[in-house]
Each structure stands twice: as C-alpha cells, then as structure tokens.
Design a protein around this ligand. Structure first.
Ligand SMILES: NC(=O)C1=CN([C@@H]2O[C@H](COP(=O)(O)OP(=O)(O)OC[C@H]3O[C@@H](n4cnc5c(N)ncnc54)[C@H](OP(=O)(O)O)[C@@H]3O)[C@@H](O)[C@H]2O)[C@@H](O)CC1
Ligand SMILES: [K+]
Length: 461
C-alpha cells in the first residue's frame, strides 16, 4: 500500500539536518535553499506586491533574512522587521547578507504580502504578548500571509497554540511536513501547506495518509472473493444499517446485517440469532460490531461471540465502551488484529489522557492494545502496533454529524474483507471516507456519504 509524505517531529528534523551536515552540507547551505524557496513562494504567490518579512532570533529568522536578499535581487519591494537581533550563528550571517534596514517589529507598518519568519521548530515557550500582538495585527492587514516552516506561536510536535495565532494563507514547510501541519487546532491556521525540498533526506514511520491503490475485480471474482462482511446490529438499528450499507457501497461482495432490517435490497438481513452460524462461516472476512450496540450484558454477549470467532473485527461505539470495561489488553489475544475507531471521548475512556500529541497517544494505544487505532477527528490519526502511523489531512468539517462514524466502520470492514491488513484497511477506509465527504459537499447526512463511495473508489483504481 502506498505511503504518503514523511512527517517529522522537531527532533527528527534536527537529526535529519545533522545527517545532511555529516554528509557535507552546512547549516548555511541549507538556509540558503530554504530562504530561496521562501523568496520564490513570496514572489510567485504575492504577484510582485510589496513584501514585509518578520525575522526572529533563530534560524527561522535566518531563512527570512536570506529570503529578503533574494527577493530584493528579483526586484521586489521588500522591508524587514525584527523583535531583536539574530542570535544563532547562521542567522547572524544571514542578517549580514541583508543590506537594507531592519525596522522594530512593534512599530512596523503592514504590507500586502506578509512573511512570518519569527519562530519555527525552535519555539520553546509562549510568544511575548507584544510580539504576538504585532503578528496578529500585521497578518490581519495583509492580503496574503506566508508562514516560513510553520506559523509562529504553534507547537511543532503537538499542534497546540502557545499564543493567539492568526490564520495564514500559505505555509511553506521546510524539508518535510511536521505534526503541526496536520494536527488541529494548528493545521487549520496553516492554510495551504507546501513542502520545499531543501536537500535533506527525510524518512519517518509517521506519514501523511495517501490515496490507496485498489485493484478492480477480475473475471474470476465472485461475491465471496470480493469480501464478505457481517455487521452486528443492536439497540439502535439505524447505526448498524449505515455501516452495512457503507460496506456494500465500498465494494464488498456480500454484506449480512444481523439483527437489523432495511437498507438496499442487496443487503442480507438476518435475525441476531444467526450470529454464531455466520461467525462460523469460513467465507466470512470481517465483522463490524459496535454501531448501535448497547453497552450492556446483551451487548457484551454479542461482543464475546465476535471475539471468540476468527474473523477480523472492526469495533466502534458500544463495542468500545465494552472493551473499556474488560481492558484493551484483552484484544491482544485475538487471532486477527482488530481495528478500533474511537473518537476523542471514547479514546480517553479507553486509554486515558496519555502523553504527548495525538500522534503519540494513538501510537501508545496501538502498542497497549495490539490493535490498529483509528483515532478519529478533524485530524484522524491511524496507528499500528508495529509503529506505523498515518495522519489524515483536510477532513471536511461537515463530517461532524451523527452516523458518519458508523459509515467509516463499514468502509474499513470492506477494506479488511477485500484482504488488506489491519493498518492498510484502516488507512484505505479513512481515505475513502474523507474523499466521499469532499464529494458530498456541504450539509450532507451520513446516509448520503455511501452514495459517493463508488466515485471515491474509482479515484483509487
Ligand atoms: N531543520 C533544518 O534542517 C533547517 C531548518 N531551518 C530553519 O530553522 C528553523 C529552526 O531554527 P531554530 O532551531 O534556530 O529555531 P527558531 O524557531 O528559529 O527559534 C529559536 C530561537 O528563538 C528563541 N525562542 C524560542 N522561543 C521563543 C519565544 N517564545 N520568545 C522569544 N524567543 C524564543 C530561541 O532562544 P532560546 O529558546 O534559546 O532562548 C532561539 O534563539 C526551522 O524552523 C527552519 O525555519 C533552515 O534554516 C535550514 C534547515
Ligand atoms: K514562522
């Protein structure tokens, strides 16, 4: 399965920089490439408008001084403002290369194109209020605001705000994506994110979620080879029906809804008493349990049956509540790796608050449970017990409506049933779900999402 672009923490980026330096690069040569990339972006996106570059004390500021010199050489009208003198060796040298004045940050006047090179991956504490105020004022008065590496005031690894941060039009990530570019609330403030190649080789187990490649059925395929999914119904039958319909529309050859009714005619509806026989069917490839399931003794008995079977399970909603009661370690003994799809509240009640970023917490949960964790939200993180992590960008905010999680569980089960391993199935399912939501546009209801799955799948063939 294809992996997306690498995502590096601040420490991983520093290590990659050190490796590049050990192979003969210098901080100055990397900064020269970074500054040139910033200047080119400002020139291209600013369309020749006057530019104001804000330069901080570290190497992020150094990138800004280099960009100012390059822009001036291109013929741009450029001004530079700074809160203090440069402190790092490379930034001091870059400052020497800028032959124009440096205005005090708090007194400077706005320009149509604003470039924020105040702080990047080295931000270690909240911005001083006068610096944060100046940034807010200057960005709000600009037509276009470009952040160098990341908007100043955001924490690189967690996506948290260390100060009030304005909304940028564009962020030029230097060398690689960082968690801040995908995790909320920061990602929303970055605007469009572009990655500039500055000559540093970057590799990571953490990647951006990529569009999956899915094979179309061949002449030898039949309904059971396309994937057979069972969906366990519960007290709220609509939720399980949404999962089952989504599994069908996501390409499963056979979907059986146990303990539910309605949905497309192709959906096979059977009484819940047939669960044991269905679980014993050797052709069964995946089971969804949890949507609409009551977290009571009856629900527990259904979950116990599923966990005693050999089919891989996708667990959501009510099943997550029940797993919370028994302890997530119980999943380690399952014959096939399970996939859990908790939202924030479900995640916290299963795994606690945890440590670090959403990426760290998802990784810890996957390791503790031995299951693939799909930690849902506007910045869904998918973590595998083997350490692989994918972060989904750009989820439609319209997905924040009832039933969309049930749809996701059904799509993920369809991917698992077609033979993908647990991590790849979760990744493919989250991608298709996000793409279907983009295609559905504004104000859709969860039922509509499944109808956009065929087009989303067509994009993956
Ligand atoms: N990685 C790469 O390969 C390449 C990286 N490059 C660029 O380097 C950037 C990282 O540079 P960096 O490490 O110098 O950190 P940066 O963000 O400029 O800030 C550090 C300075 O700010 C200070 N400081 C911190 N917080 C503060 C606060 N709240 N208020 C006030 N001061 C504060 C801190 O001081 P201290 O904490 O030591 O007191 C220090 O002086 C990266 O984002 C990218 O743009 C490219 O040039 C080329 C290749
Ligand atoms: K910045």
């Amino acid at each position: 399965m294809s992996r997306g672009r690498a995502i590096l923490t601040a420490a991983a980026m520093r290590a990659a920089e050190d490796r590049a330096i050990a192979r003969g690069a210098s901080v100055e040569s990397l900064m020269a490439r970074a500054g040139k990339a910033v200047a080119e972006a400002a020139w291209r996106f600013g369309g020749g408008r006057p530019v104001l570059i804000l330069c901080g004390p570290g190497n992020n500021g150094g990138d800004g001084y280099v960009a100012a010199r390059v822009l001036k050489a291109l013929g741009a009208n450029v001004r530079v403002a700074a809160p203090c003198d440069p402190q790092s060796e490379a930034a001091i040298q870059a400052r020497r290369g800028w032959d124009g004045p440096v205005e005090p940050l708090t007194d400077t006047t706005p320009a149509p194109m604003l470039v924020d090179a105040l702080f990047g991956t080295g931000l270690s504490r909240p911005l001083q209020p006068d610096v944060a105020d100046a940034l807010m004022r200057l960005v709000s008065r600009a037509h276009l605001a470009l952040a160098v590496d990341l908007p100043s005031g955001l924490a690189t690894d967690t996506g948290a705000l260390l100060a009030p941060v304005p909304h940028f039009s564009l962020t030029l990530a230097l060398g690689a994506l960082k968690p801040v570019h995908l995790l909320q609330p920061a990602a929303h403030l970055c605007g469009a994110v572009r990655v500039a190649d500055i000559g540093i080789a970057t590799e990571s187990l953490i990647t951006e979620l990529a569009r999956p490649h899915l094979a179309a059925p061949g002449p030898a395929d039949h309904k059971y080879s396309r994937g057979f999914v069972a969906v366990v119904g519960g007290g709220m039958p609509g939720a399980a029906r949404l999962s089952a319909t989504a599994a069908l529309r996501a390409g499963s050859g056979m979907v059986k809804l146990l303990g539910g009714q309605g949905g497309p005619d192709a959906l096979v509806c059977r009484p819940i008493e047939e669960l044991a026989a269905t679980l014993a069917d050797k052709r069964l490839n995946a089971v969804v349990i949890g949507p609409g399931l009551s977290p009571d003794a009856a629900g527990r008995s259904l979950l116990d049956q599923v966990m005693a079977g050999r089919a891989p399970a996708v667990m959501d909603a009510g099943a997550l509540r029940l797993i919370g009661d028994m302890g997530a370690e119980a999943l380690k003994g399952l014959p096939a790796m399970a996939i859990l799809t908790p939202h924030d509240g479900e995640f916290e009640s299963l795994f606690g608050k945890g440590q670090g970023s959403k990426i760290d917490r998802a990784g810890q949960a996957a390791a503790a449970s031995g299951a693939v964790i799909v930690f849902k939200g506007a910045d869904t993180v998918i973590a595998s017990p083997d350490g692989q992590i994918a972060v989904a960008p750009d989820a439609s905010a319209w997905l924040s409506t009832g039933g969309t999680g049930d749809v996701l569980a059904g799509i993920v089960a369809a991917m698992r049933a077609r033979g993908l391993d647990a991590f790849d199935a979760a990744c493919a399912g989250v991608w298709l779900h996000g793409d279907a939501a983009r295609r559905a546009g504004p104000a859709f209801v969860a039922d509509d999402l499944a109808n956009h799955l065929p087009a989303a799948i067509a994009a993956c063939l």
